[in-house]
Design a protein around this ligand. Structure first.
Ligand code: HEC
Length: 105
């Protein structure tokens, strides 16, 4: 288990555009174990983390709409983005991280 924290941090820090400041350690793990599987792989069809051009039109629909998409699932994304352990607050923080939304609370 000692290895897990550095590993998660390494995975996420390997994505230089990702700001982890807003996430708790638990949320960072949930993100790494769920969302990143798809959102760091273009082949899955998921809008890439840190790829602002992938998010331009999605961002404009607002955080509540993005949250609904994640909760209900959308296209190739399963309901809750596979994260059964995520609360709404977790998902909101993770959505802001994945989509690169700034300053939203
Ligand atoms: C199995 C792959 C997969 C996983 C796991 C996954 N996503 Fe997605 N996600 C996608 C795909 C594919 C899309 C694009 C869906 C579309 O537009 O058809 C997407 C779209 C989104 C969107 C944009 C929704 C919109 O309304 O445009 C958000 C936000 C998002 N994902 C966040 C997350 C978060 C947060 C997690 C983790 C809790 C997560 N995703 C986990 C594949 C995934």
């Amino acid at each position: 288990m000692k290895l897990l924290k550095p590993l998660v941090a390494t995975v996420l820090l390997a994505l230089p555009f990702v700001t982890l400041a807003e996430l708790t350690e638990r949320q960072a793990k949930l993100l790494a174990h769920n969302c990143v599987q798809c959102h760091a792989r273009a082949a899955t069809g998921a809008p890439g983390m840190g790829h602002a051009e992938n998010w331009k039109t999605r961002d404009s629909t607002g955080e509540d709409k993005l949250l609904r998409s994640v909760i209900e699932g959308l296209g190739g994304m399963p309901p809750l983005g596979y994260c059964a352990a995520c609360t709404e607050a977790d998902l909101r923080a993770m959505i802001r991280t994945v989509a690169g939304l700034e300053g939203a609370q």
